[in-house]
Structures are given as C-alpha cells and as structure tokens.
Design a binder for this molecule. Structure first.
Ligand code: MG
Ligand code: ZN
Length: 222
C-alpha cells in the first residue's frame, strides 16, 4: 500500500470515529450526563483520582465510571467500592478507547440515573489523544515519578486536554522533577491550561480539583 493510500485509510478511520463520538455526545446530552475522559500513562493515578473524586462527591452527585483496560476489572472494582456505578471495558489488547467501545458501553448504564460519568482511558500517552470519545472534557493526569520531560516527549497528549492534574506531589522531595521546566513545556503546548498539583495519597491539593469539578455544568437531578 502506498503511503498516500495508508494516510487516507487512517483519516477515514478517524473520521468514522469522530462521527460515532458525536453520537455518543448526543446520547449523553439527551440524558443530562456530563462526562470526563481521564487519560494518563500507566501508574500515574487515574484510578486513585477517580476513587478520591467519587468518595468526595458521591453524596451530591450520581457518579458512573467506565474503565478501559487491556485486561482485568481491577480498576472498575475500585471505582465501585468508592461508591460509583462502574463498568469495565476490556479492550482485548487495544491500547486506547475509541468511540465504538464507548458507544457499546453507554447503553449498559442507566444514564437517566447518572449526573457525572468519568471514563478512564487505557494507560497510554500516545493514541488516546487521537480518538475522540464524545466526552465533554478531557483530563490528563501526569505524575512526579514519570519525570519532567513528558510534555516535550508526548506533545499531542498535552495539546488537546482541558485540564491537567499533576499527581504524587508528595514525592517531590525524593524525585528529581523540575516543576518550572515541566510547566514551561505545558505552557508552550497548551497556554493557560487549568492545572491541579495534588496528591491522591495525602489529599493535598484535592480541594482545588473538586472545586473545578463543581464548577462544571453537572446537573444533579435527583
Ligand atoms: Mg487505572
Ligand atoms: Zn492505541
């Protein structure tokens, strides 16, 4: 296959995905569900942030979590234990979620009984950025042990998100991480990006994150 032909095939796949993402958005809007797409490398703390968020908000909002993983339901089990309705998507090897997978998962939830849906993407800093899901906002979770060079190495991921969490700030005294250098890299790619340095382990910085969630147009309807 020629390079041109291959480019065309990839573009067609992405535009088909975008159409399905728009359908997902329509379905979510019709049900009054606000939705977030959590993306990060493996181990950055997506599930820990989901647990902390669900624990803090479960009394005020009806929360659902859709967990994308290559295998296992460990993360969905944690989200459910924290108080969310949780659904696992096993991608069977795929390294990202796409709009088809989310479109197949949404009818399995009773969306009329959900205010806020968090979609936990597969841990990966590359292709999740290319596949729109139809969610309302995207959140990238970075973490201190990953190193301060990640915005420079994975620009696509940093460019397209609506908020950035910098998790595990409790490890700053122990890990070489130049916060200024990291944030300069982010600023070049995504100027003025809303950023939350925090620690899911100690709880430091979580209040500002939860305030941001509360500022979103989530409508509690019970
Ligand atoms: Mg996880
Ligand atoms: Zn992938």
């Amino acid at each position: 296959m020629s390079t041109l032909k291959r480019v065309q095939v990839v573009e067609n796949i992405l535009s088909a995905n975008d159409r399905l993402a728009a359908q997902n958005r329509t379905l979510l809007d019709a049900a009054g569900v606000f939705s977030l797409n959590f993306m990060a490398s493996p181990g950055a703390g997506k599930t820990s942030l989901i647990e902390a968020t669900v624990r803090a908000l479960a009394g005020h909002l009806r929360l659902a979590v859709i967990d994308g993983d290559i295998a296992t339901s460990l993360d969905a089990d944690r989200a459910a234990a924290a108080g969310a309705v949780a659904l696992q998507i096993n991608t069977g090897g795929d390294c990202h979620l796409d709009a088809v997978m989310l479109g197949q998962a949404l009818p399995q939830l009773d969306l009329a009984k959900v205010d806020l849906l968090i979609v936990e993407n597969v841990g990966n800093l590359v292709c999740p950025a290319s596949f729109q899901l139809g969610t309302h906002k995207s959140v990238l979770i970075a973490s201190i042990p990953e190193g301060d060079d990640k915005p420079y190495k994975y620009p696509g991921m940093y460019r397209g998100v609506d908020a950035l969490v910098i998790n595990k700030i409790d490890l700053l005294p122990y890990v070489p991480f130049r916060m200024d250098y990291f944030r300069q890299g982010v600023e070049i790619l995504n100027p003025g990006l809303t950023t939350f340095p925090l620690s899911c382990r100690t709880g430091e910085g979580l209040d500002a994150w939860l305030d941001w969630i509360s500022s979103l147009p989530v409508q509690p309807s019970h």
